[in-house]
Design a protein around this ligand. Sequence first.
Ligand SMILES: O=c1[nH]cnc2c1ncn2[C@H]1C[C@H](O)[C@@H](CO)O1
Ligand SMILES: [Zn+2]
Length: 356
Amino acid sequence: MHLSDILRAPKVVLHDHLDGGLRPATIIELARECGYRALPSEDPAELAVWFRDAADSGSLERYLETFAHTCAVMQTRAALERVAVECAEDLAADGVVYAEIRYAPEQHLEAGLGLDEVVEAVNAGFREGERRTGGRITVRALLTGMRHTDRSLEIAELTVAHRDRGVAGFDIAGGEIGNPPARHLPAFQHLRRHNCHYTIHAGEAVGAESVHEAVQVCGAERIGHGVRITDDITVHDDGTATLGPLAAYVRDNRIALEVCPTSNLQTGAAKDYATHPIDLLRRTGFRVTLNTDNRLVSGTSMGEEFAHMVTAFGYGPDVFEEFTVAAAEASFLPLPERRRLIDEVIRPGYAALREA
Ligand SMILES: O=c1[nH]cnc2c1ncn2[C@H]1C[C@H](O)[C@@H](CO)O1
Ligand SMILES: [Zn+2]
């Protein structure tokens, strides 16, 4: 598959952090405006390399430390709106037709904004970004609670309050070790009581037991990463695989895995692209989606993730269409909107690619 085809292919991203995907030049400008002096570089190209290298440590905790710089410059209404506009523009330029973008509202209160104001600013930016791209992209927000703090119930309430007004669901993120998702049960119970969607980061830094807790104790509809579910899969010498009970449950219930290969290499969740579990998971029938996680911090884009998969596994349009349809099906949009996305945008887009 050629680079131009990869760019043109319609894409859906379900796992992309707003505060992990800023343009380097924007960070520098916003830092000047708000007087933040701790940036590691004032040169956009150098700053981009700094993020990717600093995050490339083999540890999720160190990966997460880099977000102090992006969050520091995302504290005003104008800054949040600008970052959201640019996020929509950058994704559209990458061929993304639908995106669920997550961020933690509690990390944007340092300059006095309230939680509702943060959500309103980001939503305004997404609407403006959609408008500027001529409606080529639709963007919805997911509100993230941080696993190491105690505000998840409040963020779940915020999600319910803004549902159907630009917010499609809820997520739990942050350091996984020592912060099991069941600590946030009241948040999940609140969301369920109000019939709201949620996904949980699990099986990234901790093994299958974390996925088990996210699915069976917390009721996650999708799993962020989830790749360590391979702990519960035995691969035989002839290439066939036997699924343990948890892996079979996740696969059979079509619980989508939001797989982010480049991010996994940086945090140590996977060794290299060629042995990344995404191919095993796909072959054994999981509902696999392909995602960026953090475009700046992981130095990636949807197009680049596609390109890595072409090199590692020889994937062509059929597999990318499968991932993209899977992502649309697992999105938190109402069913008629998912169907319209698949039938009117994704299927025709891939048909056009094959004809070209
Ligand atoms: O891959 C991740 N795992 C856990 N937490 C993450 C990951 N990527 C970003 N985050 C955190 C850092 C951000 O500040 C926060 C909200 O987007 O979510
Ligand atoms: Zn993530």
